[in-house]
Design a protein around this ligand. Structure first.
Ligand code: ZN
Ligand code: ZN
Ligand code: ZN
Length: 986
């Protein structure tokens, strides 16, 4: 373009007569300075809170924030998660909805309790709780600032946390409701136990180390009337399962023998004894026993189970069932497995599934209790029981083989002694009560899911869940609101009791539970249902943290008038299908018989470019602060938007670089538009729609289509779709085409002439529409840009709405200036267009219909002509399209002629000649449409189009660099002459 002040042969500087672009919007973003200033400004404007109440009374969009855990600085996963939430909620708010977003924190639980007790092991009861509370509060405050500094628009001063007194009280209340409605029961559960510390251990407290144990092969004789019929050739009383174990002390606790389903087993004859073992393990067993392998029978496990055979219990004189279970392995042991549901976690699960007794006659000091069979074991420590059992088996002839084994075994992290598993009384959410599980599965069918298939994970999780243990033997959490009989341990829990506790906790927090005397909780004449005792103690267990956070719909949504159940959306990492999504669903169905959410949005986890999760040991952790310093808030947010929520969230240098490139492209496009609007006021200078030049109208129509498509993407939670659509639009439709073409008009034409104003009108709409579309993602950039083009801007871009094409023109209608004067295309006629005409024009123009089709042929024509120009350039005829004189002819006989005609009619109806339009459309200096073929060549790519490319005639205009035959005063072309003359006259 003409920057040619040094190139003119007159005194006049042509440069001064051009409309050269300028703007205050900087070329490079200076996020280190601008970002903190923007956050400070939003705080000053109270935007974080105002966004909560904005659009009150309008249709609501309820987004419910899943609470992160308050024990450390936020990491990159938090950044990804919270930014996605912010993008979604901002985009909903910008559609005119009331979108109150209350952020939350998960504050109770073991990790915090462990941290606090590590710092001060002496803390207990109220003091421990207060210390945990202070610790969690510290991290809530830190994370709050960290999230705020990412530009996340949530009401940071009015957040919820699971340690709010009101929240704690609500959990207790809900527990009472569940208990009184039959959803709660208390029964045995097998847990890891340290009998020297006399405590249950959490998974994190278990250490594995090698230990020497007996490795014994024990006989469980096969019993049952049908056995003889199944194996007629064998003496049935001599057939036994060979069961392998390394914990003989648990054999008295046996409740079943397990076989692998659909698996071949053999009966071996070993010195007259018939032994059942998995076929795959028969060789190993024979080798170990030092005998020849003699197979006398082969059968499939299922057949033996089907004939209702049972196994003789080696200690209690009775017999136990034979069950099929996939957990049985055929690589090791004998494929006949001893199951003691009260003495092992997997045994327990199988026991619950099969309705076995959770038999665990083990005291907290690791001795057998009164309930043990045989009675000789009563009071004996299980460590001694180990040897007693072996001796007894040997006497009975049931010990086939004994060796020792060194294997990895769970130990206590405090005293380093080996653990045992024993069953203790725990509180459970009964998933079978009132068909809760089935109802929850039905409710899942009503929930929308993004990505679509991810809901299957939730279904599978709910379907396969066999229990929900609610109790934890810990301090930092909501107490189970129950009393226990001091005599017989029977539990007492009711809605009334829960309400009393809830009322007090609402005022004093869960600390109150530690201090309240039992007498204050029940009438003095209350007696135990079971043993009639009148002495009760408070339950010491607390509830599972997933029950707490899973009740956030009840403690938060249901208790805020502006929120409510169900929420429109829960948005979390895909691991929440088995956690928060599930616990929220189960409690919600139990409370209100419906799902707490209408839709679920899940995303993957942040990984490095090799696909490895970020971890300290791999050394691939990138701190959010580091990213912010390098790329700024919007650069980081752009990375989030670029990720497909269906897969893993890759954080690699390559991706970051590409994303920043797209960010720069969008930013530069907006900067170019802004820089050409410095002398334009939409309210006084806009050209009404029916007066726009054809190309401008087309650009406006394209803008409208992109706008609707991007909003659709936002509504489908397809954020990566937004990213790609915006980047494609800025690069292809704008930079490479429309803006490239109109540059000449913007710089060269008369500043307030129709041609330039027509382009500026559309540029303004593009800036306005695009700025709003990027606002949910590029939140700081959008605010800065709207500061510049929105004269008298009154509110943040985040409190404004997306526009629709119809709205664009109502901007004009809302104005007090009823008429817009503009120069007609001839440059002489003055039209006065009223609002009515403008609005009518909107209705009569079918933007998505025929206009678009017209332009398809227009662009085909353009491509064919560009090809011809390119050929001329290659042949050395011209160096630049601006040196081109183009003659064309279109044969009216070709099939496409009607389409071409319609396209040309459209151009002419906007008061442009075909020649002048094509000149601009192809950036050439001269264009002639001929009435006959004459010496023109037919295009190789466009049937019926004849073209001739010559060097342009006349002189190159020193102002606009176009070639012209009519050279006027000052040596400029006839287009430039009136402009130069007028300016010179001034
Ligand atoms: Zn211990
Ligand atoms: Zn009792
Ligand atoms: Zn010129």
């Amino acid at each position: 373009m003409a920057d040619n002040s040094s190139n003119n042969n007159t005194q006049l500087s042509f440069r001064d007569t051009l409309n050269l672009p300028h703007t205050d919007f900087p070329i490079r973003s200076n996020s280190r300075v601008d970002d903190p200033a923007m956050i400070e400004r939003w705080v000053k404007e109270d935007l974080f809170h105002v966004s909560y109440t904005h659009n009150e009374g309008k249709p609501k969009y309820i987004y419910h924030d899943g609470p992160p855990y308050a024990n450390g600085n936020i990491h990159i996963g938090h950044v990804y998660n919270k930014t996605l939430k912010d993008i979604v909620t901002k985009s909903q708010r910008m559609q005119g909805k009331h979108v109150p977003v209350l952020p939350g924190w998960d504050c109770h639980g073991l990790p915090i309790e462990i941290k606090v007790t590590q710092e001060n092991a002496a803390l207990q009861g109220v003091e421990l709780k207060k210390a945990c509370r202070a610790y969690a509060q510290k991290w809530v405050d830190i994370q709050k600032e960290e999230f705020k500094n990412l530009g996340i628009l949530m009401d940071w001063d009015h957040y919820y946390s699971t340690m709010d007194y009101a929240y704690e009280a609500a959990v207790i209340q809900a527990f009472g409701h569940f208990a009184s409605n039959g959803y709660i029961n208390r029964s045995n559960k097998t847990i890891p136990w340290c009998f020297s510390c006399k405590t249950v251990l959490a998974l994190a407290e278990i250490e594995y180390k090698d230990r020497k144990d007996p490795s014994v092969y024990v006989l469980f004789p096969l019993v049952g009337d049908s056995v003889q019929a199944m194996f007629p050739g064998l003496e049935s009383q001599k057939i036994s399962f060979v069961v392998w174990t390394t914990t003989p002390w648990t054999l008295p606790l046996n409740r079943a023998v397990l076989l692998k389903p659909q698996t071949p087993y053999v009966i071996l004859n070993v010195q007259g004894q018939y032994l059942i073992v998995g076929e795959a393990l028969a060789d190993k067993l024979c080798a170990m026993l030092g005998v020849e392998k003699t197979v006398v029978e082969t059968f499939v496990s299922d057949d033996l189970v089907a004939c209702l055979a049972r196994a003789h219990h080696p200690f209690n004189g009775g017999d136990v069932p034979i069950l099929l279970d996939d957990s049985v392995l055929t690589e090791d042991g004998t494929a006949c497995v001893h199951n003691a549901p009260g003495a092992g976690p997997i045994d327990y699960e199988i026991g619950v599934k099969n309705g076995l007794e959770i038999y665990s006659p083990i005291a907290d000091d690791g001795t057998y209790t009164q309930e043990i069979e045989p009675k000789e074991l009563i009071g004996m420590p299980v460590t001694e029981g180990q040897w007693w059992v072996l001796k007894k088996l040997k006497e009975e002839g049931l010990l086939l083989h004994k060796a020792t084994i060194t294997h990895s075994y769970p130990h206590c992290w405090r005293c380093h002694n080996g653990l045992i598993f024993r069953a203790t009384k725990q509180w459970f959410f009964d998933l079978q009560a009132h068909a809760l599980k089935d109802r929850a599965l039905q409710e899942i069918e009503t929930v929308e899911s993004y990505p679509e298939k991810s809901i299957n994970r939730l279904k599978t999780m709910v379907r396969s869940r066999f229990e929900w243990c609610l109790s934890r033997q810990r301090s930092w959490g909501v107490p189970i609101p129950a009393l226990l009989c001091a005599q017989c341990d029977e539990a007492y829990c009711s809605q009334e009791l829960a309400e009393i506790i809830s009322d007090h906790v609402a005022k004093h927090g869960i600390e109150w539970w530690d201090t309240v005397p039992v007498e204050q909780l029940i009438d003095h004449d209350t007696i135990c249902k079971r043993c009639k005792s009148k002495t009760f103690v408070k339950e010491k267990d607390i509830v599972d943290v997933w029950l707490e956070s899973g009740l956030s719909h009840y403690a938060v949504l249901d208790r805020h008038a502006e929120l409510g159940v169900p929420a429109d959306l829960y948005l979390e990492g895909s691991d929440q299908h088995r956690a928060w999504f599930q616990s929220s669903l189960l409690t919600s169905v139990a409370l209100y018989n419906k799902a707490p959410y209408r839709a679920l949005f899940t995303h993957g986890f942040v990984v490095d470019e090799k696909g490895h999760k970020m971890s300290k040991s791999l050394g691939n952790v990138i701190a959010p602060q580091e990213l912010l310093e390098r790329f700024g808030i919007d650069g980081v947010r752009m990375w989030v938007a670029s990720l497909d929520n269906d897969g893993e969230a890759v954080l690699s240098e390559t991706l970051l670089k590409n994303v920043q490139e797209v960010f720069r492209k969008i930013r530069n496009t907006l900067r170019f538009l802004l820089s050409n609007l410095y002398d334009f006021d939409i309210y006084t200078n806009a050209v009404p729609v029916e007066g726009l030049q054809a190309l401008d109208l087309h650009a406006l129509q394209e803008l409208s289509e992109v706008n609707e498509a991007v909003i659709d993407c936002y509504n489908a939670y397809n954020i990566t779709g937004v990213f790609h659509k915006l980047s494609e639009y800025c690069a292809s439709n704008l930079s490479a085409l429309y803006l490239d073409i109109i540059k000449d008009r913007l710089y060269v034409e008369k500043a307030d002439g129709h041609a330039r104003r027509s382009a500026q009108t559309v540029c303004w709409y593009i800036v306005d529409t695009l700025t709003r579309l990027i606002a949910p993602i590029l939140s700081c950039t959008a605010e800065q840009i709207s500061d510049l083009y929105q004269k008298n801007k009154k509110k943040s871009i985040h409190l404004q709405n997306f526009v629709h094409l119809k709205d664009m023109f109502t901007v004009l209608a809302e104005r007090d200036a009823p008429y817009h004067a503009y120069l007609g295309p001839s440059g002489v006629t003055h039209h006065r267009i009223g609002i009515k005409t403008t609005l009518n024009a909107i209705h009569t123009l079918t933007f998505a219909g025929f206009v678009h089709q017209d332009w398809e042929i227009g662009f085909e024509l353009r491509n064919a002509l560009l090809k011809a120009i390119e050929e001329a350039r290659e042949n050395g005829l011209v160096k630049h399209p601006r040196e081109v004189r183009m003659s064309i002819y279109i044969n009216p006989q070709v099939a496409t002629y009607n389409a071409i005609k319609a396209f040309f009619d459209r151009i002419e109806s906007s008061n442009q000649t075909i020649e002048s339009f094509l000149k601009e459309f192809l950036l050439v200096s001269q264009c002639v449409v001929l009435p006959a073929k004459s010496d023109l060549q037919e295009s190789s790519v466009f049937e019926g189009l004849y073209v001739k490319i010559e060097h342009a005639r006349g002189e190159k205009c020193p102002r606009c660099w176009q070639w012209s035959e009519a050279v006027a005063e000052y040596g400029v072309c006839d287009r430039c002459y009136p402009i130069v003359k007028e300016l010179k006259g001034n």
